[in-house]
Design a protein around this ligand. Sequence first.
Ligand code: 3IO
Length: 339
Amino acid sequence: MKRKPDARLTLCLVVCLMTFLLMPIGAVAGSISLSYANFPPAPTFPCVQMERWKTEVEKRTNGAVSIKTYPGGTLLGAKEMMDGVIAGQADIGNLCMAYQPGRFIVTNATSLPLGIPNARTGSLALWDLYKKYQPEAFSQVKVLTMFTTAPANIMSKTAVRSLDDIQGMDLRASGGAAQILKAWGANQVGMPMSATPEALQKGVVQGLFSSLEVMKDLKFAESCKYVTMTDTVIYPFAVVMNMDRWNALPPEVQKVIEDMGTEQAEWTGTYMDQHVKDSMEWSVKEQKVDVIALDAATKKAWDQKLQFITDKWVTDAKAKGFPAEDIVADIQKLTKQYQ
Ligand code: 3IO
């Protein structure tokens, strides 16, 4: 009887090859463990997107990667995030770029008053802007994704209906949003979101300027009974990974994570936009919050106070050697594209 060693050998080789190919992902469940640091409390959107990312990465790597999340600044605080990840104190970290305005010049240009209408548009535009310019500020880390908040509005203990009302009012913001508060005449107090609940409670500030989902997530609606709609500017965020830890990941895992960059930006923006709506519904219904809309003439006067900000940024950024006009034009173009 004649045997067919060739066919059997081929089959064996195919089986071996397939086993080998499938091995890096899934063979040793949980063999790669990554820490992910975040600065605000768990119910806030930066942590919601973190948990979503964790779940998806663990699933898509068939359990080869397990991620331990640290919300609430338990591993790294708001302003230590970038340097902490570079130093390897956390493998991954989520940071708000507005907290270090001089450090992330290119990406922080998205927090100029350029009319980004919502978080989905802002997130996709910011991510494209990052990929196009590959700013030097991120050369020491692997950037996993970026996203933005929805536009900022004023949450305050007393009503802000006019520029007169806001003069000298102690309001909290950071980065580009802080420049805007200043231009309107508020006494801008800079601090991360994670420090704001205490500052509001102690009366250090009379309100804040940020996206409105925190009315519910941080219960600001309990003390801030007024919201003035300005829809001026977003806060930009980045998720960064320690470069050595990134380079040590198997290529299959790197691919899963890289393929999620744009998707995660869009998911987070979409979640944020919906959550702002939910938060304001709750604030108005359950917390009797008064939502103040500026009439067209007032809104125009407020906007006019901001016109110098972008011009000044262009002059300053150009002096530092950045292609400032191109950056602004790209943000405007991307905003239109994703709107
Ligand atoms: C923010 C930061 C942490 C948790 C929830 C948040 N919603 C909006 C922001 C934007 C921001 O960083 C800030 O400081 O207003």
